[in-house]
Ligand binder design. Structure first.
Ligand SMILES: [Zn+2]
Length: 292
């Protein structure tokens, strides 16, 4: 037990320290992102509508495996949902084709999980390029992080924290909402206060939005209360790729104008341990996606 905990901690530290694609945040005000993983249909039909009432948009991490399925009584998204989500201005993002535990797979299989999921969405929405990614189960190691970075630009984990100052796009920190995740109104207020103090990027994660949610989901009342807290705090809510567009200095359309030269971090953004030329391409992809 003790050994497992030590190994887990070691993996967290190593993964945070290696294969980094860092950008120095240019945020002049905090930003919040809501993300839904897998994703149950209620994340869209209930959660999406709540966000839209507050003129906010979310990021939906989809796995092809769940399309049109009902598993353990939970109904998942279908193709029409994907079209509607896209049409309503939310972000569709990659969560692997089979929701696999990536550390157990060899490199070609990890790549296949990502490209196969992209090919799945291409059949439905050929104009959408998924630039954001979430590690299934939050499982990531330095090796997995490096391989995923060859394919996608922004990767979200499940480890908590505020993203500020130097932000590692390969491992975005996240606050999990849900009774098993320990998310409460009080702790949300603390996270929001911290985001305001640091001009940080706060990312929330949940799954279904239902009267009786699964352990990693929330009720509509809880979600709406959190959205209202964010709005009342005067904090902007954006999908992941749009938040990165605001954070990164290369996107003049999205970022506040500033005369200072590009930061050192940006110029050497792929030099961190494990970084690769692919990361530069990945950042350019975000720019293309945002039209800047
Ligand atoms: Zn998942």
């Amino acid at each position: 037990m003790m050994l497992r905990r030590v190994r887990r901690r070691l993996n967290v530290s190593l993964t945070q320290l290696t294969a980094r694609t860092t950008i120095r945040s240019r945020l002049r005000a905090p930003v919040v992102t809501f993300t839904f993983d897998d994703f149950p249909q209620s994340a869209w039909s209930v959660g999406g509508r709540i966000l839209e009432r507050y003129n906010a948009r979310a990021t939906y991490f989809l796995s092809a495996k769940f399309c049109g399925q009902t598993i353990s009584g939970v109904r998942y998204y279908d193709q029409d949902d994907l079209k509607a989500i896209r049409a309503n201005g939310h972000e569709l993002a990659n969560h692997t084709a089979h929701h696999s535990h990536l550390p157990e797979l060899p490199a070609p299989a990890i790549s296949k999980e990502i490209t196969e999921n992209a090919a799945f969405l291409y059949q439905i929405e050929p104009d959408v390029r998924m630039v954001s990614f979430a590690y299934p189960y939050g499982s990531v190691t330095p090796r997995v992080k490096r391989i995923v970075a060859r394919h996608v630009s922004i990767s979200r984990g499940v480890w908590p924290g505020i993203n500020h100052r130097r932000i590692d796009l390969g491992l975005i920190k996240t606050i999990c909402l849900g009774r098993r995740s320990g998310g409460t109104g009080g702790s949300v207020a603390q996270w929001l206060a911290k985001a305001k103090r640091t001009n940080g990027w706060l990312v929330f994660l949940t799954h279904d939005v239902a009267a009786k949610p699964r352990p990693y989901g929330v009720t509509p009342e809880v979600l709406e209360a959190i959205v209202r807290q964010v709005v009342d705090a005067g904090i902007q809510i954006l999908p992941m790729k749009n938040a990165v567009g605001l954070i990164a200095p290369f996107c003049q359309k999205a970022a506040p104008s500033d005369d200072s030269p590009p930061s050192r971090t940006m110029r050497r953004r792929s030099v961190d341990l494990g970084g690769s030329g692919a990361n530069i391409g990945a950042l350019a992809e975000i720019r293309d996606e945002l039209g800047c």
